[in-house]
Ligand binder design. Sequence first.
Ligand SMILES: [Zn+2]
Length: 266
Amino acid sequence: MIDSHIHLDDPRFDPLRDDVVARARAAGVNGFVVPAISRETFPRVKTFRNRYPGVFAAYGLHPYFVDQHDKADLAELDHWLQQEDPVAVGECGLDFYLPELKAQKQRQLDCFLAQIELAKKHDLPLIIHARKAVPEVLACLREVGYARGEIHSYNASLELTRQVLEAGLKTGFGGAVTRPNAHRLHQVVTYVPDEALLLETDAPDQPPWSHRGELNRPEYLPEIARCIARLRGQTEQALIQIADANARELFGLPEISDNRSPETTS
Ligand SMILES: [Zn+2]
């Protein structure tokens, strides 16, 4: 199965990355979409894409670090998108949750709009971070006239979800779904149609409920799938097939071949 959003390059994985990947594979997770978050992380993401089979790179400038990104970074991003054969532009987007980020609203909008333009130019999907900012994300996509991609770590209202789906975006669900009291999110994950659903861990952040307080790992993806399948009244296997096909289609992923025995997915 494919983890459609994992920060495998995160320094917190430095002492245990081989083990993280090995245990994910043993759990049936053999595809990893790894989005960069700043110019400094581009080479790291590339390194791990080359080191581990099944790792696919995306390059982008995360809104969390908006005060660091400048015009030169956008030019560098353009270059990496051209040269490095990524599967998406991201992680990019808008974050109006934290006050210090909301204070830089215009700078965030400019940086996100420029990245939508780059996605359009290079014909790539977007991996979007949208925290308290889904209406503004949709407005930016409309402004550029390009809405191919997904909103990751999806957690918006049912009303906004209708607009997100209408725009043609996909929605990535992760560990937050496993929180027993996440009632609104449970409703949303049940509402989203098959063709818009992606699975992700966002590791090392956002561990599932049973691992709260720990470092998140891609090996927990089947647990997230099991929870979502139960909520949606689907079998785990059917849900995984649907989500994998969506990730493959959105990111244009090839078949992933490794030595994993087929029975490990059950
Ligand atoms: Zn992320």
